[in-house]
Design a protein around this ligand. Structure first.
Ligand SMILES: *[C@@H]1O[C@H](CO)[C@@H](O)[C@H](O)[C@H]1NC(C)=O
Ligand SMILES: *[C@@H]1O[C@H](CO)[C@@H](O)[C@H](O)[C@H]1NC(C)=O
Length: 373
């Protein structure tokens, strides 16, 4: 318990000091403000009254760029007539650390999102300026996060502290999106972990979490090349067991190589992307375009050549279906098929890939514009 409280000390001090009054120092070295129930010996348990912290939703799903509310309420039982001064702390365990929550690394990764006491509050890191407490009713400490980023997914903890009583509840945040396998123009199994991370980011995506890859597998993703995940493991999803992909004796599922060396080992990547505001569209040119001309053509059209993550998101989340190959920003050529049909690749829907053709070859192009076209 104390180890949980310790990181809060600095933040609380900041909140407390401006008022000044009511601060007491107990022999555990923590400052805190005790409004109604100080009994003089440093103990805060008070006659059978219990603090309950609850969330009606253990997990919440949202879209990139939108706002989301992570519900959290507290109440006392029996109800109290006198208002009490409680503190609330929202913290966050990024999705890539959830699989091993007990490990020291995961605990170190739990970071503060917001600390509030009374009407004073502070937010931290990439959440600064993007979060607030909803406070729609007494005890409502629900966290509102605006402009959701791809990497905001994970487990959020709502912790309510009344004196030394401390109760918490967690809410998982997921983003609606799409997982896609990605490999380098240099060839298969080329990325170490950091390069995989960077490659996904360059395609407007992030490395997928285990949860995201699992969901994609559950929805039918079958891919017989191993790729990095955000937690530093290397895995691949198999729906139809076969030789060379873990063998026929293994049940369908995620095949895992476990944690690999982040600098020395090289694999492909599984990236996760979600829609952004704007449009991905096919731009046709009568003579077709080499890669340089394709980049220029999107630019001339008021947009940019689309990234792979943007094409996948448009295919999966916006239903983009086009049986015409086009250049993308990484120098690959692909096209998105929602309704499989003759001469448009395999019988399943998917983003078809021609790999990375030589840049002088001629195709059309997929562009992205921030505004609706
Ligand atoms: C998360 O994404 C945002 C915007 O996409 C970026 O600014 C931030 O650095 C990322 N944070 C981490 C921890 O990767
Ligand atoms: C594409 O064609 C233009 C001429 O229209 C040429 O200048 C350019 O070098 C070509 N780019 C590639 C990669 O072949």
């Amino acid at each position: 318990m104390l180890s949980v409280l310790r990181p809060l000390l600095a933040a609380w001090l900041y909140l407390l000091v401006p008022g000044g009054q009511g601060i007491r120092r107990y022999n555990n070295g923590f400052y805190y403000q005790d409004i109604t129930n100080g009994n003089g010996n440093g103990e805060i348990y008070f006659n059978g009254v219990r603090l309950h912290v609850e969330s009606p939703q253990p997990s919440v799903s949202a879209s990139r760029g939108s706002s989301v509310t992570l519900p959290c309420h507290y109440r006392y039982e029996p109800e109290l007539n006198t208002p009490r001064r409680t503190r609330v702390k929202w913290s966050w365990l990024p999705a890539n650390a959830i699989d091993a929550p007990a490990s020291p690394a995961a605990i170190a990764m739990e970071t503060e999102v917001m600390v509030a006491m009374g009407n004073r509050h502070r937010s931290y890191g990439s959440f600064r300026g993007r979060v607030r407490l909803r406070r729609s009713a007494p005890g409502d400490m629900s966290l509102v996060i605006n402009e959701l980023h791809l990497n905001d997914t994970g487990r959020y903890r709502c912790e309510v502290i009344d004196g030394l009583e401390d109760e918490s509840v967690t809410v998982d945040l997921e983003l609606r999106g799409v997982v896609f396998p990605y490999f380098s123009q240099e060839g298969r199994y080329h990325f170490n972990f950091l390069e995989a991370q960077q490659a996904c980011e360059e395609q407007d995506a992030t490395l997928a979490t285990f949860e995201q890859l699992f969901t994609a597998w559950d929805e039918g993703l079958d891919w017989c090349n191993a790729g990095w995940l955000a937690d530093g493991t290397v895995q691949y999803p198999i729906t139809v067991p076969r030789e060379g992909c873990g063998g026929v004796d293994l049940a369908p599922g995620l095949r895992s190589y476990g944690q690999r060396h982040r600098l020395l080992h090289r694999f492909d990547a599984f990236c996760f992307s979600a829609s952004v505001k704007g449009t991905v569209y096919f731009l046709k040119h009568p003579l077709q375009l080499n890669f340089t001309e394709a980049v220029q053509a999107c630019d001339n059209d008021g947009g940019q050549i689309a990234k792979v993550g943007q094409l996948y998101a448009a295919w999966r989340l916006m239903g983009l279906d086009r049986c015409d190959a086009g250049w993308l920003a990484d120098g690959s050529v692909r096209y998105p098929i929602v309704k499989a049909r003759a001469n448009c690749g395999p019988v399943e829907p998917g983003v078809r890939s021609f790999g990375f053709p030589p840049p002088h070859q001629k195709f059309n192009v997929y562009c992205y514009q921030k505004t609706l076209v």
